[in-house]
Design a protein around this ligand. Structure first.
Ligand SMILES: NC(=O)c1ccc[n+]([C@@H]2O[C@H](COP(=O)([O-])OP(=O)(O)OC[C@H]3O[C@@H](n4cnc5c(N)ncnc54)[C@H](OP(=O)(O)O)[C@@H]3O)[C@@H](O)[C@H]2O)c1
Length: 312
């Protein structure tokens, strides 16, 4: 299967930008829809990128986006809001649009622990989305990462900002994660596009090590020179904090996020790793790259933050 042109739906986000950068270096043509072109400004300079303002929930717009494409990557996801529209109905529409336009290759981003019997609506909706894209006759590959870190992330960067507080009341401090580097995720996507051994497969993606949420916040603080007093909340207080935060601007946490964290987001903690097994990628450790971007050594990061604050 030769892939020259790819439509990256959700390509204007954190992971999408890294995948777009990588595909561009391989001279693959990419089309990236966004609701606001302004948000995807840094993609405009990529030589093979076509950034298009579009409403991907409209069939006619999807048809327009898929003209001339050989494959679709779907990265659209939300942590709060209408999970059904974004994680279930949109994949259904994308699959139908692929079928209408003769596209057979689909790479779909899900999340680790996605499934019908999960404690959060986020994970259940991601599980439903997986079922839809897997039972279509398309050649699909599904990626299920733990939390993803790297320049432009919203997890580690948020922890670093929170670590500036003198005292931090931390919900779900013992929740476990096995963070995976965004460049490793991007390489796995790029390498899968035309690799037959990945067709019809579903991969859990994790980094080399596991950390509790408390350890991640402590680490982000340490890297940025802050040492807040972290008070871990028990389950009821964590739920209470999430209930309050869900009504504050920015929704740093919701009750659904709290429910997601009841299931450890890990895949083996130091055991065999799919990145190495499937694509020969050595999983990058958090400590190898996080100091480079958390401590603001990458000027681009500061601009990302200013843009985020300005709502652009
Ligand atoms: N980041 C992580 O740690 C992590 C971990 C596990 C799984 N994932 C999954 O990986 C995928 C990418 O994550 P990310 O961190 O790159 O997300 P992100 O930065 O928030 O980007 C989300 C993308 O989806 C688009 N989008 C959001 N809501 C939409 C809606 N209602 N309708 C249409 N488009 C919408 C945005 O496009 P606009 O330009 O239009 O805003 C943006 O391109 C998601 O599916 C996420 O669930 C991420």
């Amino acid at each position: 299967m030769k892939i020259d042109n790819v439509c990256i739906i959700g390509g204007s986000g954190f992971v999408g930008k890294h995948i777009a950068n990588l595909l561009t270096t391989q001279e693959i043509g990419i089309r990236i829809p966004t609701r606001r072109r302004e948000r995807a400004k840094e993609l405009l300079v990529l030589p093979t990128a076509d950034v298009v303002e579009a409403n991907v929930h409209e069939d006619a717009e999807l048809d327009r986006l898929l003209v001339g494409m050989d494959a679709v990557i779907n990265l659209v996801g939300v942590l709060h809001g209408d999970f059904s529209a974004v994680h279930v109905e949109l994949p259904r529409k994308i699959v139908a649009a692929c079928n209408r336009n003769g596209i057979t290759r689909l790479l779909h981003m899900s999340a680790l622990n996605a499934g019908a019997d999960r404690p959060s609506a986020y994970l259940r909706s991601k599980g439903e989305g997986e079922k839809i894209v897997m039972t279509t006759g398309l050649t699909t590959t599904i990626f299920r990462p733990s939390v993803i870190f790297g320049p432009g992330d919203s997890s580690l960067s948020l922890f670093a900002r929170l670590a500036r507080l003198p005292v931090l009341l931390l919900a779900s401090p013992d929740a476990k994660f096995q963070p995976v580097f965004v460049e490793d995720v991007a390489r796995a996507f790029a390498a899968s596009l035309s690799a037959p051994h990945t067709f019809g497969q579903r991969y859990d993606l994790c980094g080399p090590e596991c950390y509790s949420l408390r350890q991640l916040v402590e680490y982000a603080g340490q890297v940025t020179g802050h040492n807040p007093a972290i008070i871990g909340l028990n389950n009821s207080l964590s739920y209470l904090e999430a209930s309050v935060m869900e009504f504050l601007p920015g929704k740093l946490m919701t009750r659904d996020n709290y429910h997601s964290m009841k299931v450890d987001s890990v895949c083996g903690c130091g055991g065999p790793n799919k990145l190495a097994e499937v694509w020969g990628i050595r999983p990058t450790a958090l400590e190898e790259v996080a100091p480079l971007y958390l401590a603001n050594r990458m000027p681009r990061e500061r601009y990302d933050r200013y843009r985020h604050r300005a709502g652009r």
